[in-house]
Design a protein around this ligand. Structure first.
Ligand code: ACO
Length: 331
């Protein structure tokens, strides 16, 4: 049976640590408010001049080294981000040039917090169809340039951090390892619950001088709506994924969810009746890194020596769009 499996994984976060206390000097917030509402203790911010593709490059090189492959072994790049280097061309093209691969195809995926799972699922389909053998799947974000660090934007600004994660997905001609099942969903009726209006192509020109001083410059979020839908859909998705893949919840070693908010993941785990410790989190250290959060957590889990060949893992994500998705895999 032709399958895809994660042959290598890597991640990278910029060195600058930003604590809740540092943010509370910029706006009316507090360490206590941020910790109790979100679980976040600190996050990383990239320095001025660093691009999303730079973070992605570090993570990708680590994933390639882990896979024991060279850039020339790659057949394709899938790049998930909501903070691309520029509006166009796609950030995958910048990454490809920085890695020095040949003229392999690059596809950018714009599915926010579910972006990595959309990219992974597409890569899996390419491999199972026999089109490619080794695909680099990257999730990377630089949020720190696009946050409103005033009281107006504090609900969003405290949540997000910068980082990157990558996997090399490769062809596997066996039955013991690999991606068993993926699910992808979206409901565009909730697109306005979490969005950024800065680019409005209906306006002529699409960016005006007034826009610089308007809220449209920044991401905006209806936090309560996001919270409610995230919990409801992630629970349904978990149940649907195990039913369709014909596995039992107790067979899953770890759930590796998107890191939106610790309380969302705790509520999902509790309502599914999962034992403490099965749902992993690292939002405390990095905040919400959107498309990077799942490969970043996967890489940390792997490097901590917690994964053994054959372990059953569930990756789960929910985000702007709304979009949500899962991947069930045998490590
Ligand atoms: N610091 C201090 N006070 C704040 C902050 C802040 N950073 N942000 C908002 N507040 C204030 C609000 O203005 C409000 O004040 P008011 O009562 O005077 O009006 C008060 O705190 C409570 O605000 P709520 O929005 O009711 O707070 P809530 O308990 O809902 O928590 C939060 C807000 C954390 C955003 C929550 O709604 C949430 O977790 N939503 C999920 C959103 C999420 O996780 N998004 C991540 C990105 S999307 C994704 O990745 C899936």
């Amino acid at each position: 049976m032709l399958r895809s499996y994660i042959r290598g994984v890597g991640s990278y976060v910029p060195p600058r640590v930003v604590t809740n206390d540092e943010l509370s000097r910029l706006m009316s917030t507090s360490d206590e408010w941020i910790r109790t509402r979100t679980g976040i203790v600190e996050r990383r911010y990239a320095d001025e001049g660093v691009l999303c593709s730079d973070l992605a490059l570090e993570a990708s090189q680590r994933a390639l080294a882990d896979a024991g492959l060279a850039p020339s072994d790659l057949d394709f790049i899938l790049f998930a981000t909501l903070s691309p280097d520029h509006h166009f061309p796609g950030t995958g093209c910048y990454l490809q040039a920085k890695m020095g691969t040949s003229s392999i195809g690059c596809l950018d995926v714009r599915n926010q917090c579910t972006g990595f799972l959309y990219a992974l699922s597409a890569a899996d389909a390419f491999i199972r169809a026999g089109v490619y053998e080794n695909i680099l799947v990257v999730g990377a974000e630089i949020h720190s340039s696009a946050l409103d660090f005033t009281d107006r934007g504090r609900d969003v600004a405290v949540l997000f951090g910068d980082g990157a994660g990558a996997v090399v997905l490769s062809r596997y001609d066996g039955a013991h390892r690999g991606i068993l099942h993926t699910e992808l969903h979206a409901d565009g009726r909730h697109a306005r619950a979490l969005c950024m209006d800065v680019w409005d192509i209906s306006k002529k020109p699409y960016i005006t001088r007034d826009l610089i001083d308007s809220p449209a410059l920044w991401p905006r979020m209806d936090g309560k709506t996001v919270f409610k839908h995230a919990v409801t859909e992630l629970i349904k998705l978990f149940q649907q994924t195990i039913a369709r893949a014909q596995v039992r919840a107790e067979d899953i070693k770890y759930v590796i969810p998107h890191q939106a908010n610790l309380r969302i993941n705790q509520m999902v785990g509790e309502q599914l009746g999962l034992p403490h410790g099965k749902v992993l989190n690292n939002i405390q250290k990095y905040g919400n890194t959107t498309a990077a959060s799942i490969p970043l957590l996967l890489d940390e889990t792997y490097r901590a020596g917690l994964l053994e060949e054959g372990d059953l893992l569930m990756l789960l994500g929910f985000g702007s769009g709304f979009t949500w998705g899962s991947a069930l895999l045998r490590w």
